[in-house]
Design a protein around this ligand. Structure first.
Ligand code: HEC
Ligand code: HEC
Ligand code: HEC
Ligand code: HEC
Length: 147
């Protein structure tokens, strides 16, 4: 192989690597599995980080987007797509940290902590009650892997 050709092959290889890295960076934002690690709501994470199987809840478990996404009046947003810019829960449930012990359900909802726990756990509990099985996670370490 001529020196020029070797350089060209090397260059193409490097370019491919860069393109692959670029694609990977793009995929990290994909909502297929969402790494729930909100650093604005929590200075640090005491618990293991929750890997939320986002599209599985739609495709395998059959829920509509509006089960979890709603507008600023709390009305379900069923017509959104994965390409839309969707507001983070924290934009509206904007208190950082954890609510006080004994806070009411409404008070808890002001917190991102309360909003996600109520959304995830209330549905899982209702589902378990309905099916009479305990397949949807409700215990801490079923969602938060042990550190
Ligand atoms: C079971 C609950 C649930 C369902 C159903 C659901 N989502 Fe989500 N979605 C979430 C949560 C939680 C987040 C993360 C929000 C945050 O970080 O504050 C999220 C984030 C997103 C994001 C932002 C992507 C990202 O990487 O942060 C988009 C876009 C999105 N959802 C679209 C949809 C669409 C479209 C549907 C219906 C086809 C849908 N979601 C169904 C809970 C759900
Ligand atoms: C644009 C603002 C906004 C965003 C973004 C938002 N919420 Fe809400 N949420 C509200 C409002 C308003 C209500 C109604 C409050 C009330 O009824 O007092 C509400 C109610 C709720 C409730 C209680 C009622 C119910 O549906 O069970 C839960 C749980 C909840 N939100 C969780 C979430 C989660 C999880 C996310 C992110 C996936 C999210 N919210 C994103 C504004 C928002
Ligand atoms: C509207 C109902 C609903 C909501 C909201 C919901 N889930 Fe689920 N989730 C389910 C059901 C149903 C299953 C499946 C139970 C089964 O396998 O029989 C499930 C299963 C899971 C599982 C175990 C199975 C797996 O493949 O990952 C995890 C973990 C989970 N959910 C996390 C979450 C988190 C985190 C949230 C909130 C961000 C959430 N879920 C919100 C209904 C819901
Ligand atoms: C259905 C899934 C689910 C269950 C069950 C659950 N959590 Fe969470 N938890 C979450 C999600 C999602 C977040 C948001 C993490 C983020 O976005 O940073 C969270 C956040 C937290 C945080 C704040 C972040 C941190 O790590 O310090 C604490 C503390 C926490 N959970 C404690 C608990 C405890 C204690 C239990 C059991 C009583 C529990 N959780 C049960 C899903 C769950």
């Amino acid at each position: 192989m001529s020196r020029k050709l070797i350089l060209a092959v090397l260059f193409a290889g490097v370019a491919t690597l860069f393109i692959a890295a670029g694609l990977q960076a793009g995929l990290e934002g994909s909502p297929d599995v969402i790494t729930m690690e909100n650093t604005e709501a929590f200075e640090s994470h005491r618990m293991g980080i929750v890997e939320f199987a986002h599209t599985k809840h739609v495709e395998d478990f059959g829920y509509s987007c509006g089960e979890c996404h709603h507008d600023d009046t709390g009305a379900p947003m069923d017509d959104i797509t994965y390409e839309d810019e969707v507001a983070s829960c924290f934009e509206c449930h904007s208190e950082p940290g954890q609510p006080e012990r004994g806070a009411s359900k409404e008070e808890e909802l002001e917190y991102y902590y309360g909003a996600v726990h109520q959304n995830c756990i209330d549905c899982h509990k209702a589902y378990n009650e309905e099916t009479g099985e305990k397949t949807a996670p409700f215990a801490c370490t079923q969602c938060h892997p042990r550190k």
